[in-house]
Design a protein around this ligand. Structure first.
Ligand code: GDP
Ligand code: ZN
Length: 458
């Protein structure tokens, strides 16, 4: 397959002291050599870095001082010849370098085209390619490490194993059908098939059950701050945003009609959402009643329920307790700097074994404890970081669900005593769905669509 040489700025625009312009393709080195003054890049060893100047071949003017890395195929990200030009990070300088390269015949890369080439050249599989995309967008350290793991190919490895098991059973059935005289191959019984499909089904379900946590890690825990007027909800919100670097969400090409703020509390990404006004709820229960409030609150992953230490419990507080019962919530008793009027015994009774922290937001007391409680709630038992492979991508989750359903069809067929060659159709479908996750059976259009979501230059 004949390919051209592509180029793009591969560092974020307008950030950082150094920017990188990357080239990939058969002419990556020779093109750069034509505008590089220092030494002949065509003759340097692979994977070496060179200092020099870029010169406009038309005017002979020096355009930029640069460091150039030369990496020859196949040990590169795209498996093609790759050149990375490090230059000053300003917009003007980077653009000058890019324009210079375009002027001598390179083509501006489409979004995600570098990664697409890596995929097409067999360097990475589809789930790894998507992990690169997630990595670009990762909002917190933990989400980042999940993405890194996936890029490592761990999800691919798992999926690969499951597919292997499925294809073995399919092959087994094929042999039984095509070579009935072959006595050494035991006939695949319904019992054997049932055991196999059950095993694989359980493993797919395992992956699905961690999928939710993966999604939370990427998108943040939808968090609502509730409480009566004046208890300190806005103050809490401000404290969380100030204490923990708010994460700017700026995903190009997505429209966001809900107002959200991201904060990273000890590695737990909180998305303080304002869907249906639940972020800061002044009088939700008064407004729509306990049952409806419950429905609304259920949409959040975490509720921060604020009470005022300086006031007695009111009817509205009791209603709020009712609305959050059974949900994931933390009670915060605020304004401990003021005289205690709250009936603590009663509060403890209502809180039960949910976490309870006391704060004075004005004096900045109790904030560490609150943050610890948030982290504990999220990580307690539910999520083990370390060696789980998280499925964090909506497309993967969808395909896993389809695979699981197809396998359930197969299991039903087995229970009904259907002939093996019929059961095998569903097993093959399962195999195909799983294959789509790693790009093995993915159609070209799917691949194009996926890669166009990448940022330019990756
Ligand atoms: P919201 O109505 O629940 O959003 O409450 P606000 O955050 O707007 O706070 C209401 C008032 O309580 C403001 O005047 C805050 O300055 C004050 N406030 C918030 N936290 C504390 C605290 O810990 N101690 C004291 N004394 N006042 C507080
Ligand atoms: Zn407020």
């Amino acid at each position: 397959m004949e390919t051209d040489t592509i180029t793009a700025i591969s560092t974020p625009i307008g950030e950082g002291a150094i920017a990188i312009v990357r080239l990939s393709g058969p002419e990556a080195v020779s093109m750069t050599a034509r505008i590089f003054k220092g030494k002949n890049l065509n003759e340097v060893d692979s994977h070496t870095i060179h200092y020099g100047k870029l010169v406009d071949p038309k005017t002979n003017e020096i355009a930029e001082e640069v460091m150039v890395s030369v990496m020859r195929a196949p040990k590169t990200f795209t498996r093609e010849d790759v050149v990375e030009i490090n230059c000053h990070g300003g917009m003007v300088a980077v653009n000058r370098v890019l324009e210079l390269i375009l002027s001598i015949g390179a083509r501006l890369a489409e979004p995600g085209e570098f990664t697409k080439r890596a995929f097409l050249n067999g360097r990475i599989d589809l789930s790894q390619a998507e992990a690169v995309m997630d990595l670009i967008r990762a909002k917190t350290d933990r989400a980042m490490s999940v993405a890194l793991k996936q890029m490592d190919g761990r999800l691919s490895g798992l999926i690969g194993k499951l597919r292997q098991e499925l294809i073995e059973t399919v092959a087994h059935v094929e042999v039984n059908i095509d070579y009935p005289e072959y006595d050494d191959v035991e006939e695949m019984s319904h019992e054997m098939m049932r055991t196999k499909t059950k095993e694989v089904h359980a493993k797919i379900d395992d992956l699905l059950s961690v999928a939710k946590q993966g999604k939370i890690l990427r998108e943040g825990l939808a968090t609502a701050i509730i409480g009566r007027p004046n208890v300190g909800k806005s103050s809490l919100m401000n404290t969380l945003v100030q204490e923990n670097k708010a994460i700017v969400t700026d995903v190009p090409g997505t429209t966001r009609d809900i107002i959200e703020e991201y904060v990273n509390v000890r590695g737990v990404p909180l998305r303080l959402v304002d869907t249906a006004g639940i972020r800061e709820t002044e009088d939700i229960v008064e407004r729509i009643g306990v049952e409806r409030s419950r429905q609304v609150l259920k949409e959040s992953d975490l509720i921060l329920f604020v009470l005022n230490n300086n006031d007695v419990l009111t009817d509205e507080d009791f209603k709020l307790f009712e609305a959050v019962s059974g949900l994931e919530y933390i009670v915060i008793i605020n304004k401990t700097d003021l005289e205690q009027k709250l009936d603590m015994d009663r509060v403890k009774e209502l809180v039960g074994d949910r976490p309870l922290v006391t704060t004075s937001l004005i004096e900045e007391e109790g904030i560490d404890e609150l943050e610890q409680a948030i982290a504990d709630t999220f990580f307690a038992g539910e999520i083990e970081t370390g060696d789980l492979t998280y499925v964090s991508n909506a497309r993967h989750i969808q395909l896993l669900k389809q695979a699981s359903l197809a396998l359930e069809d197969a299991m039903e067929g087995i229970d009904l005593g259907m002939p093996m060659d019929i059961v095998q159709i569903d097993v093959t479908r399962t195999w195909e769905f799983l294959g789509e996750i790693i790009g093995d059976t993915a159609s070209d259009s799917l691949i194009d669509q996926l890669f166009s979501q990448f940022c330019l230059g990756k």
